[in-house]
Design a protein around this ligand. Structure first.
Ligand code: AMP
Ligand code: ZN
Length: 462
């Protein structure tokens, strides 16, 4: 399989370190509020990658973190602690906040058929590993202590900036410099912060009470579960210039070598052409979409239409189109499922090859979805349905659950409704002759009656 490696800026053949096992780390959610559909696009990308790897014959060992530590979330190690703020606002402890939003996150990803990585690692359960990592960086001379914490010394790490292709000077120019005069370089970042007593989440450390910087958790947990050197790291594109750059610096400074071979990043979801932001009131969650009458999988279908490295613009017109297409797809596949006909095996094989080639070409899922549609348009056959189920290992659209399309709602005239009721009553009294007579009368007026488990349905005769 070929993947686009952000580190080398090109598509490369994915060669795992050990046999066909891909050891993969994905940056997970911060759990102080609901995840929005932009976040979900990034997790759908992670899921498509995991499914595609398996489809291509690899095995996958995936780790995803849950950032449940209240740390400072701005790239500049400043700003408010979002966990602390949410806890104060909702009158809960930060632990309660984290537990609530972690649960909400899993409910949402389940609805979107996003498979859970094999290992889910909570930051709060790995504080000793993070402290140990920081200690090693101190011992190796890549970190230094100042009055408010332990910082990484980017001046000691020549490779700093290689993921984003930015020089340290460019970073400095772009940094929001809230000057911390004790730092050796403005882009030096916190590995550990010392906490004042009002900070709600804090732990003991060799440097007094404090809490981890916001990059160290991914370094410490990926090393713990995947080893010092592993294959693949994913995240949203926004993580490139700071979070992942800093992870690379921490890892490589500690290990003295390259530690991740492939970096893959999912592009952003925009809304109406712009950024998703609370102030614009355009931050939607999966539940918001459900409240508007969409299925969570309508949204998944919507995301499958765009390549993961292209920006995707969310609009409700786009969602309506996805809803309609996904419904048509299911309805048509139901007819294939019910068919006893067969399809020429060579046609099926060709489609399967086209699908697999697309998936293995850096996850060309939009093209792969097109191949599914090509199959669906073939004459109805159970082989097409079997092929769709095979494709669904990657697409994750619950195509194994297709059911008969709901009968079209018809307006039943008052007169027909009461004749049908009378027939139902006659049936209950076992007055079969009367029931048959009423059925004939209803039919003569252009309507049909179908008995069901607990009653009947009225249809219109063609
Ligand atoms: P956060 O919980 O804020 O750390 O974000 C979780 C993930 O969602 C990160 O990998 C981000 O890169 C990603 N993300 C945030 N906003 C968007 C967006 N608008 N589109 C796609 N991914 C996003
Ligand atoms: Zn991370």
């Amino acid at each position: 399989m070929k993947v686009y490696n952000t580190l080398d800026r090109e598509k490369e053949e994915l060669k795992p370190i050990e046999g066909n096992l891909v050891r993969m780390y994905s940056c997970g959610p911060t759990v102080y509020s609901y995840a929005h559909i932009g976040n979900m696009r990034t997790y759908i990308f992670m899921d498509l990658l995991r499914r595609s790897l398996r489809y291509a014959g690899y095995k996958v060992k995936g780790v995803m973190n849950i950032t449940d530590v209240g740390h400072l979330l701005s790239d500049g190690d400043e700003g408010e602690d979002k966990m602390q703020k949410a806890a104060q606002k909702e009158g809960k402890t930060p632990w309660e906040i984290a537990a609530f939003y972690t649960d909400a996150f899993f409910k949402d990803i389940d609805k979107l058929n996003i498979g859970r990585p094999e290992i889910i690692a909570k930051a709060t359960e790995h504080i000793p590993e993070m402290i140990e990592f920081v200690q090693e960086l101190l011992e190796k001379g890549y970190a230094y202590e100042i009055s408010d914490g332990i910082y990484f010394d980017i001046g000691k790490f020549p490779g700093y900036g290689k993921l984003s292709g930015q020089t340290v000077d460019e970073k400095e120019a772009g940094a929001r410099i809230e000057e911390n005069s004790e730092k050796r370089h403005p882009a030096d970042f916190a590995l550990w912060k010392k906490a004042d007593k009002n900070h709600i989440m804090q732990w003991e450390s060799p440097w007094g009470m404090g809490f981890p910087g916001w990059h160290i958790e991914c370094s410490a947990m990926s090393k713990k579960y995947l080893g010092e050197v592993f294959d693949l790291h994913t995240g949203g594109i926004d993580a490139v210039p700071v979070h992942h750059e800093n992870e690379i610096a921490q890892n490589e400074a500690r290990a003295g070598k390259k530690t991740v071979n492939y970096w893959m990043h999912g592009e952003f979801m925009m809304v109406d052409g712009g950024k998703m932001s609370k102030s614009l009131g355009n931050v939607y969650t999966v539940s918001d979409l459900e409240k508007k009458g969409y299925l969570p999988l309508d949204f998944r279908y919507f995301c499958l239409n765009a390549h993961y490295r292209k920006k995707l613009n969310f609009t409700f017109e786009g969602m309506d189109a996805a809803h309609t297409s996904y419904e048509r797809l299911r309805n048509s596949l139901y007819l294939h499922k019910m068919s006893a006909e067969k399809t020429d095996p060579s046609i099926i094989e060709d489609l399967k090859k086209k699908f697999k080639d697309a998936v293995e070409d850096d996850l060309n899922v939009p093209f792969a979805l097109g191949v599914l549609w090509e199959a669906v348009k073939l004459p109805k056959s159970k082989d097409v349905y079997a092929l769709a189920l095979d494709f669904d290992k990657v697409l994750g659209l619950s195509l194994d659950k297709v059911t008969a399309p709901a009968p079209e709602k018809i307006d039943v005239p008052e007169e027909i409704a009461s004749l049908a009721e009378a027939r139902f009553a006659a049936k209950k009294e076992k007055n079969w002759a009367e029931a048959d007579r009423l059925r004939a009368e209803i039919a003569a007026k252009g309507y049909s009656i179908k008995d069901t488990k607990d009653g009947y349905e009225i249809g219109k005769l063609a």
